[in-house]
Design a protein. Structure first.
Length: 417
């Protein structure tokens, strides 16, 4: 039976929670993927921009520290005085296009095997552009270069004299970029997993009222079936007995009338419970609780009332239902033998009902806050106490069930929040 209940709860969770969890997970993972993609793209742009900035900086520095004199001789004396530039961390060339090309400045130990820069002549020497290029040298090593024109000191010459070429290895930046991508993917995966766990928790938290409502309706249907099963079975038994002639027709009709009255009262209670469960609207007003209880007491001496003036803002109609159900429950189950003696106390917005019965079972006291509670000796759902509990909770109060040390049950209803 427990397995069936768990399976039912699992199916209910799949039906209600899975669409919400999938929607949350899709939105979260999509958001994380977009953020990761933006971060990776920005890092890629920064990687290329950092390298290009370094290449341009070195080329501009060489342009400023070298020159051609009036005789066309190249001078790099100032460049070689700079320890950060010479020897340089990149391959730096100053190449004058000719046949063959003249290398005015070349790296002592070149990192790349490049002997021909003629592919730059058009863009740099003729069109006087500053260009970036990616390529592969004779050994298959990838490189990135920056080239810019440099001019002779003779002011009359406007055509570029040579070009400054700075060649760098893009692999260190690429390796750092790939490490960054791996970290971003790992972080996004961990955050995605964390988001799924958070989504699972939020789904459970947000669907708790719905699950509680479903469980409550299941209990309501179970209680309805149980409460109506007994009178229906009794009616069938009486009819069969009357048909066989075992019971006089008038006696059978009297018993059937009593059973129908009981069943009608049970149905009214069930309908009231359904309305309360659907969210009944309270019509609060200032009520003398002590006087309200007094008007509901039976005319015999089975109830002893101790009351003090107590004004409470509550719904008098529903409060009357609470008091009647407590009194009926005490009269029905509150005596071991003979006439029941019930004690009712009213003070400070509270109604306390005590009897001399067998008291509440331990199992009932352990789950006294549930919507359906068992009456002390009834085998059914305890619908009366269930209705009392719901009405009191609607008022913002509390229902407390306990057993007296000397024996008997004590029910305390507090209508005040």
């Amino acid at each position: 039976m427990l397995l069936l209940i768990k399976q039912g709860q699992w199916r209910s969770w799949l039906r209600l929670g899975l669409p919400l969890l999938l929607a949350w997970s899709l939105a979260w993972l999509l958001g994380m993927a977009v953020l990761a993609k933006v971060a990776i793209d920005l890092r890629a742009e920064r990687r290329d921009a950092d390298l290009d900035t370094q290449l341009a900086l070195y080329a501009t520095t060489v342009y400023g520290l070298t020159w051609f004199d009036a005789q066309g001789r190249f001078h790099d004396e100032l460049l070689k005085l700079e320890p950060d530039l010479y020897p340089a961390p990149y391959d730096i060339w100053v190449v004058e296009p000719a046949t063959p090309a003249i290398n005015h400045l070349a790296p002592v130990t070149p990192r790349f095997v490049l002997s021909d820069f003629s592919f730059l002549n058009l863009a740099v020497m003729r069109e006087r552009h500053k260009v970036y290029r990616n390529g592969v040298d004779a050994q298959g090593l990838a490189y990135r270069l920056y080239a810019m024109p440099t001019y002779s000191d003779q002011m009359t010459e406007t055509a570029p004299k040579a070009m400054v070429v700075v060649v760098a290895d893009p692999q260190p930046g690429q390796a750092a970029y790939q490490a960054f991508v791996r970290r971003i993917v790992l972080a996004a995966s961990l955050l995605g997993l964390m988001g799924l766990l958070v989504g699972l928790g939020l789904t459970y938290w947000s669907l708790r009222p719905a699950w509680a409502s479903l469980r409550q309706r299941e209990r309501f249907l179970s209680a309805t079936a149980h409460e109506l099963r007994t009178p229906v079975a009794a009616l069938r038994s009486i009819c069969e007995s009357a048909q066989r002639g075992d019971e006089a027709p008038q006696r059978a009709l009297t018993r059937m009338h009593e059973l129908l009255h009981t069943a009608s009262h049970t149905l009214e209670d069930l309908l009231l419970f359904a309305r309360l469960d659907a969210g009944a609207t309270l019509e609060r007003q200032a009520v003398r609780l002590d006087l309200l209880v007094e008007t509901l007491l039976p005319e015999d001496d089975s109830v002893q009332l101790e009351a003090s003036t107590s004004v409470v803002h509550l719904d008098p109609r529903l409060a009357s239902v609470v008091v009647r159900n407590l009194l009926e429950n005490a009269r029905k189950h509150g005596s071991r033998a003979g006439k029941p003696i019930i004690k009712v106390q009213v003070a400070d917005g509270q109604v306390r009902v005590e009897d001399q019965g067998a008291g509440f079972p331990v199992a009932l006291l352990a789950r006294k806050q549930s919507d359906f509670v068992m009456s002390p000796s009834q085998g059914g759902s305890g619908l009366g106490l269930a209705i009392v509990n719901m009405i009191v909770r609607l008022h913002g109060g509390a229902l407390r069930l306990e057993n007296k040390p000397e024996g008997g049950a004590r029910v305390t209803v507090n209508f005040q929040a």
